[in-house]
Design a protein around this ligand. Structure first.
Ligand code: ADP
Length: 468
């Protein structure tokens, strides 16, 4: 498996996102825990300070009421050391020295003193008093309208630190384990989700040029992978069709070339078998030349189709009058029509400019008129006409010939296809003419269509874009 398969990438992304989410959540929980506990501690300190404030201080004794232990138990759920509860006389100059002499006394910072003088409380965290920092509230006490004393209540943060340590331990243990589980889950999920893709890869690997009839399995759920299978199957269908057409085309082309070659070989062998008169040799050579000509026409047609398929059909496009072209074709086919006792008409034509390759379009029209004469019984009529439709110039070749059934109309533009009616009619042909004609017209950006009824006749219409 490649190092960064979709599966690996999905798992990585999934795990990375989960890690970030969990870290954000853990950070938020940590902050909430820490600041919430701090707030609770401050509230409790405030409660104790208020209770102490309401008790009148006894003269000469440091302020530690007898029931302080009960007070602490009420607010904190346990009792800390009493040395963290004290009252200070702000006006007594000896007071700071007296207090400082006692070990474990809460310090009165300059800021707390200033705040107290201004009637404000101060919350501080004092380090160095004991093993853990102590949270201290310094609260000024009003007596006779003046601030004389401050009450200081302190509490060790030992419990807070212990809770924090436990929280971090749990996180350190749970986080990697959770991530490991998530990565494993992601890996399994990705495998399950991508299993149909694996099947498709296997099936696609099996399908080669020789097995194009095989199809990928479609689940029918309509999800993305099902749609992908559908699209690939449709592509296989088209590939299969073009492969079959190509094979058919090669077989037909070989067959069409083989016939004149066999005739050529036979004729030359017969000519060489015994000495002949110069006249007989001349006849044999002429017949051989005719076959070679047939082959040359066929090969030229095949080459043109191959170029058109590859989009390399070169056209010498120039503005030209379509009516004039039709008149020219009319002139050139008149004798052929007369020889088959068919009336050839040219309907009154006005000049219409199109952008076209004169030689190639002449070839298309000659082919259409040739067919019309070929597939129309003696006494019939072939008409050449010109019409203007939706910005297009349409050249029509209409006949009163054998016509084509609907099914035949669909196939006559395919390579080497000859309708059964044409064969019954006894007409010769290769079945390439219409296919070449359509390729040329389409290379001009135009269309070649047929409208026909068996026994009544056909109309072939070449529509070309009007020259601007
Ligand atoms: P070919 O005429 O050499 O067989 P084409 O490609 O020109 O080849 O024509 C293909 C087939 O279309 C013909 O074999 C014939 O069956 C049918 N076809 C073409 N033109 C006509 C027409 N005017 N009337 C009836 N059938 C036609």
């Amino acid at each position: 498996m490649p190092a960064f398969s979709i599966r690996a990438r999905l798992t990585l992304w999934f795990s990375a996102l989960l890690t970030v989410t969990v870290l954000i959540l853990a950070g938020a929980a940590y902050a909430l825990l820490w600041y919430g506990s701090m707030q609770d501690m401050d509230d409790a300190l405030q409660g104790v300070a208020r209770a102490l404030e309401q008790q009148a201080p006894r003269r000469g004794s440091p302020f530690v009421p007898a029931d302080v232990d009960a007070l602490f138990r009420r607010f904190f759920g346990f009792s800390p050391w009493d040395r963290y509860v004290q009252r200070r006389d702000l006006l007594n100059p000896l007071e700071p020295r007296r207090q400082a002499a006692r070990p474990g006394t809460l310090p009165l910072s300059a800021e707390a003193r200033r705040n107290a003088a201004a009637g404000r409380e101060t919350y501080e965290t004092v380090e160095g008093l004991a093993e853990f920092p102590v949270r201290v509230l310094t609260k000024p006490v009003l007596a006779g309208g003046r601030i004389r004393n401050v009450i200081q209540v302190g509490m060790s943060q030992e419990n807070l630190y212990a809770t924090r340590r436990r929280f971090l331990w749990v996180m350190a243990a749970v986080l990697p384990l959770g991530l490991l589980l998530a990565a494993g889950g992601g890996w399994t999920l990705a495998r399950r989700a991508l299993a149909p893709v694996e099947h498709m890869v296997e099936a696609a690997r099996r399908i080669g040029a020789e097995r194009l009839a095989e199809r990928l399995e479609e689940s029918g759920t309509g999800d993305e992978l099902d749609r992908l299978s559908g699209v690939l199957n449709a592509m296989l269908e088209r590939l299969d069709l073009s492969f079959r057409q190509m094979r058919q085309f090669s077989a037909d082309a070989s067959h069409e070339l083989q016939t004149p070659l066999t005739i050529l070989q036979g004729e030359l062998e017969v000519a060489l078998r015994s000495p002949r008169t110069p006249e007989a040799y001349r006849e044999a050579i002429q017949s051989a030349l005719q076959e070679i000509e047939r082959m040359a026409v066929l090969v030229e047609g095949l080459l043109l189709l191959a170029r058109a398929d590859a989009g390399m059909l070169r056209l010498d496009l120039k503005p030209m009058d379509a009516a004039q072209l039709l008149a020219e074709v009319f002139e050139r086919t008149q004798i052929l029509a007369q020889s088959r006792s068919i009336a050839l008409d040219l309907e009154a034509l006005e000049p219409h400019l199109v952008l076209g390759d004169r030689e190639r379009l002449r070839r298309v029209l000659l082919n259409l008129v040739d067919n019309a004469i070929k597939y129309t019984p003696a006494g019939g009529r072939v008409t050449l006409a010109l019409q203007q439709r939706d910005g297009c110039v349409c050249l029509l070749v209409r006949d009163t010939g054998i016509g084509l059934s609907e099914a035949e109309q669909e196939h006559i533009f395919q390579r080497f296809h000859r309708a059964g009616s044409a064969r019954d009619h006894g007409a010769q042909g290769s079945g390439l003419g219409l296919c070449i004609a359509r390729s040329i017209v389409e290379a001009h950006g135009g269309t070649l269509q047929v409208v026909s009824r068996p026994g009544e006749g056909s109309t072939f219409t070449v529509c070309l874009p009007h020259a601007a």
